[in-house]
Design a protein around this ligand. Sequence first.
Ligand code: FE2
Length: 173
Amino acid sequence: MLSIFDVLTAQHREVEELFGDIQDAIETSEIPVARLVFQLLSSRLIAGMHAEKTTVYPQLASQAGLVAEIAEAIKQHDAIERAINHVRVSTISDAPWCDAIARLAKLVADHADFEACMLFPIARLSLTPDQVHGLAADYERARTTSVLLAGVSITYEPAPEPSIYCHVRPRAA
Ligand SMILES: [Fe+2]
């Protein structure tokens, strides 16, 4: 049975992979592909953050005493959500879109590091095995529901193949 830490760490890896796919598409000038992968990535991010905020964070605050850390994590979620919305709603052309994706990738990577290095180690010491497994189930249920709400419908005109280089955080080795 997976713990909530296993589940969230796997989510972080999946998100990192999707940013890597976007980077690959940008580097080969397949911007429409990059934009499609972003739609998938942004829906997953929004759903995951919503599920985390409603199931995991309240327990970490009350059971592990991580009140200030959770407040910081929620601020980071809000910044990520604003960055996602900026990319989603704007009709920005390819070069600024690429910059916006790079900024989003940095915010997400920093947040994943914060959770992995700060929240999870303390929470592991404070929660019982039943709690970490129960939280994993609660999180997965909430995420499934949130995916339905986090879908995105944006339209854009795929632009003709500019040659752009954009650095998005590289995949972990
Ligand atoms: Fe988070």
